[in-house]
Design a protein around this ligand. Structure first.
Ligand SMILES: NC(=O)c1ccc[n+]([C@@H]2O[C@H](COP(=O)([O-])OP(=O)(O)OC[C@H]3O[C@@H](n4cnc5c(N)ncnc54)[C@H](O)[C@@H]3O)[C@@H](O)[C@H]2O)c1
Ligand SMILES: O=C(O)[C@H](O)[C@H](O)COP(=O)(O)O
Length: 348
């Protein structure tokens, strides 16, 4: 069996080498030619897995060591009998850490702490703020729980869940626009079906904002219309933006980079634990599919998610302004900053 593994996936080197003919390739080397005689691929978000890559390949199985699957043409894979596995929830606690570290940094920088003793944003709850969580799945559920634990008024916006579970407990995007001080996106990127998310935050949405919120996008770049966000910041509808996922990344908008309060190179999920879980889930999936002896990363981690870590623990665990400074200094190093990232520990 020939297996291609994207070479920037950590904690996987060598583990499958005795069981398959393994090639570790950079994303740009995962091509129709290298895939032609491959039976399986373990990938990240940087390889588009579609007909252009897979037509004529004998690939039967793809594992992506990521939560997102928008880089994979799932319909095509289904039609071709290619099984796809992802890593649900693997790095969700890291994204929650990113979101709250961003909110705390914003609150401090914009003078929104409640009183003088609170100016470092570290010793008080966030009970003077309302938080809209758009997309309440693996990531959004943790974000909503931590928000409530920190005293915020939380609006859960998830029309798909509201349709399946009933509207009680859910708000609408219009409610969020009216009432939220912070709006954070945690949806997949979808272009069709019920409530597609492509450009769900567009000029029309930004014009309805009433509370000059902080807008956070750590979901997928095109969920937010980046040009419209620049205009909304310039026009005073949005007070600040924290952007981890960008339209067109790695070739990101210089205008948005200049204006974003926090600007990071798609590393919200880059915790050490998240990467170990992602690799572990990909290994479980491929070993299960091909009935190989089970292997795991040398280091293992569980899934402990604190109920609501204290603000000072969150701020001490991660400083998004340091990642922002690095990206601003060298925006063309977007991909290099990701590939060389020093995976941070999750907050406990
Ligand atoms: N920046 C990063 O490093 C990073 C890390 C992890 C995940 N992500 C991304 O974050 C997003 C969320 O991940 P997840 O694991 O929570 O996904 P998930 O599938 O568990 O949850 C997504 C939720 O979004 C909801 N949703 C779908 N369309 C919606 C709409 N129009 N409006 C509101 N809600 C909608 C779904 O019903 C679901 O509950 C994904 O896009 C994922 O790729 C980014
Ligand atoms: O979908 C995900 O899990 C995240 O966006 C993830 O952090 C992306 O990981 P990468 O493709 O860079 O390994």
């Amino acid at each position: 069996m020939k297996l291609i593994i994207e070479k920037n996936i950590p904690f996987i080197q060598g583990l499958l080498d005795g069981m398959a003919d393994v090639e570790y390739l950079a994303p740009e080397d995962i091509t129709p030619e290298t895939m032609r005689d491959a039976d399986a691929l373990i990938t990240r978000t940087r390889t588009r897995c579609d007909a252009a890559l897979l037509e004529g390949s004998r690939c039967r199985f793809i594992a992506t060591a990521t939560i997102g699957t928008d880089h994979i043409d799932l319909d095509y894979c289904r039609a071709r009998g290619i099984t796809v596995a992802n890593a649900p929830g693997c790095n969700a606690p890291a994204v929650a850490q990113y979101v709250f570290a961003s909110i705390l940094a914003y609150r401090k920088a914009f003078g929104l702490a409640r009183d003088v003793s609170d100016v470092d944003g570290c010793d008080s709850r966030l009970s003077n703020m309302s938080l809209a969580v758009v997309g309440v799945g693996n990531v959004g559920s943790i974000v909503a729980r931590w928000g409530e634990g920190l005293g915020m008024r939380v609006l859960r916006v998830d029309p798909l869940r509201a349709m399946a579970e009933g509207p009680a407990g859910f708000s609408t995007l219009a409610d969020a626009a009216r009432e939220a001080d912070v709006i954070t996106f945690h949806t997949p990127l979808t272009r069709d079906g019920y409530c597609p998310t492509y450009h769900m935050a567009d000029a029309v949405f930004f014009n309805t904002l009433e509370r000059k919120p902080l807008v956070i996008n750590s979901a997928r770049g095109p969920v937010v219309d980046n040009a419209a966000l620049v205009e909304a910041i310039d026009g005073g509808k949005v007070r600040a933006a924290a952007i981890d996922c960008w339209e067109g990344e790695p070739g990101i908008s210089p205008a948005l980079l200049e204006r974003a309060f926090i600007a990071t190179p798609h590393i919200a999920g880059y915790s050490r634990e998240g990467k170990i879980r992602a690799t572990s889930m990909a290994l479980d999936a491929i070993c299960g599919f091909f009935a190989l002896p089970h292997v795991s990363p040398l280091e293992t981690v569980g899934f402990p998610v604190p109920d609501h870590p204290a603000p000072h623990e969150i701020s001490a665990s991660y400083n998004p302004l340091a990642d922002t400074a690095a990206l601003r200094l060298n925006p063309s190093a977007f991909e290099a900053l990701r590939n060389g990232y020093n995976y941070r520990p999750e907050v406990r």
